[in-house]
Design a protein around this ligand. Structure first.
Ligand SMILES: [Zn+2]
Length: 128
């Protein structure tokens, strides 16, 4: 595996962790019946130290989650070496993972049956 692939893989894993947290946020908002109010989600960029948040209405979040290989990040947080920009809005940028990163992102999708449990366990402590 060359260096860029290693970077892609690492990025996809990090982003999948952020996604697990965001899935938890949307789940809580759904459970409390508070879907009309936008929520602040974590920026799903590949910087694990990034603590930026992105406000999204419930429906918008659900739409973005339809693709297992896509993540949303703050404008400027995308990295064109490891991902393709597929949508740009004033508040966020949607990126699509390519190659090996796309496969990792898809297989870690919590919305898929058998979506990577290990990732969910790793992120567990953040959620409690
Ligand atoms: Zn970020």
């Amino acid at each position: 595996m060359d260096e860029i692939d290693a970077r892609r893989e690492r990025a996809a894993r990090n982003q999948s962790l952020f996604r697990v947290v965001n899935e938890r946020i949307v789940e809580l908002s759904h459970r409390s019946g508070d879907e009309a109010r936008p929520n602040a989600y974590l920026c799903e960029c590949l910087d694990t130290d990034c603590s930026a948040s992105i406000e999204l209405p419930y429906d918008e979040y659900q739409r973005l989650r339809e693709h297992g290989s896509r993540f949303f990040v703050l404008p400027g947080h995308e990295d064109s070496d490891v991902e393709d920009v597929v949508e740009t809005t004033p508040g966020y940028v949607v990126v699509d993972k390519v190659g090996v990163a796309g496969e990792i992102a898809e297989s870690a999708d919590p919305r898929k049956a058998g979506g990577c449990r290990q990732l969910q366990q790793e992120v567990g402590p953040w959620l409690s």
